[in-house]
Design a protein around this ligand. Structure first.
Ligand code: GRG
Length: 276
């Protein structure tokens, strides 16, 4: 891949592949599966793409198990969004351009559909590991980054943030809430490819910085942020943009020594230019 056009083409292709994996996975005639499909349909598929492209960078070819692993990541991401939209959390009526799951089907089913997607991710990971044990460390890492020391902890720090907070607090929330699933995607790929040592640290560093910059861009796109945890409550817009650029620089630098790093490099600026 040498051009930005090829990068965009690959990104679209990855999304199409994952969208198809999701659609093929469920039977919409079974009610719980209709809910799970509703909750996991759409989305940019950023995390799945990061997994697939990191894996390609490290091991050059993908197997059907890699697509399954990417699907498990997207199911975990989808469950987190469904639960985050619920009234006791972020209370959002819309997600991915349509009614959020609980708004359409009810809060009780929102909770259960999220639970079912998390369980389904675990079932997929077990099946992948049973087929090829090189996925064991990656699967454990994904579940850890999604759980009490990762994403869920980030959500708690967000929901229970003190009235006054500083940049350090906000970056810790974003590291857990957002970067940890980015890390699970990129480091998961590296672990399943048998990568260790400095290379593992570099890809982890990439994902950490990219996750923070992704979340800061999300904050910059937010219109009503005064009552929420948002970087614009602790930094001016221009300082937040400078920080985002610094994080992007660090992300790109972390993977600069890898061969075939073009996709992972292009996606850094692409995600910061996004408008949704
Ligand atoms: C574990 C109950 C529970 C909640 C998890 C992380 C989290 C808490 C909820 C997600 C809410 C949120 C705003 C997270 C920050 C990361 C983020 C900006 C998510 C949206 O990701 P995109 O833009 O979404 O990749 P799409 O729809 O494209 O997949």
């Amino acid at each position: 891949m040498t051009s930005k056009e090829e990068f965009i083409k690959q990104l679209i292709q990855n999304k199409e592949i994952i969208d198809k994996e999701v659609n093929d996975y469920f039977s919409p005639d079974i009610f719980i599966e209709e809910l799970m499909l509703y909750g996991s349909d759409g989305g940019k598929r950023v995390r799945a793409s990061l997994y697939l492209e990191s894996k390609k960078m490290f091991s050059h070819n993908l197997t059907s198990l890699d697509y399954r692993f990417a699907l498990a990541i997207e199911f975990i991401h989808a469950y987190s969004l469904i639960h985050d939209d619920l009234p006791p959390m972020d209370n959002d009526d819309y997600r991915r351009g349509r009614e959020s799951l609980h708004k359409k089907f009810g809060e009780d089913l929102g909770i259960l559909a999220g639970d079912a997607l998390l369980n389904e991710a675990a079932i997929i990971l077990m099946s992948v590991c049973m087929a090829d044990n090189s996925f064991i460390k990656a699967s454990k890492y994904l579940l850890e980054r999604s759980s009490k020391s990762g994403m869920i902890n980030g959500q708690i720090l967000d929901l229970r943030h003190p009235e006054s907070y500083d940049l350090e607090y906000i970056l810790e929330v974003y590291a857990r809430k957002t970067s940890d699933l980015f890390r699970a995607s990129c480091v998961g790929a590296a672990l399943s490819a048998g990568i260790c040592g400095e290379d593992l640290e570099n890809i982890e560093n990439y994902a950490y910085n990219l996750g923070l910059s992704f979340q800061i861009q999300d904050d910059l796109l937010e219109e009503n942020y005064e009552d929420e945890l948002n970087i614009l409550n602790v930094l001016s817009r221009s300082d937040a943009i400078s920080l985002l650029k610094e994080l992007n620089f660090k992300a790109k630098k972390a993977i600069s020594r890898f061969d075939e790093n073009e996709f992972l490099t292009y996606i850094v600026d692409y995600l910061s230019a996004r408008t949704y």
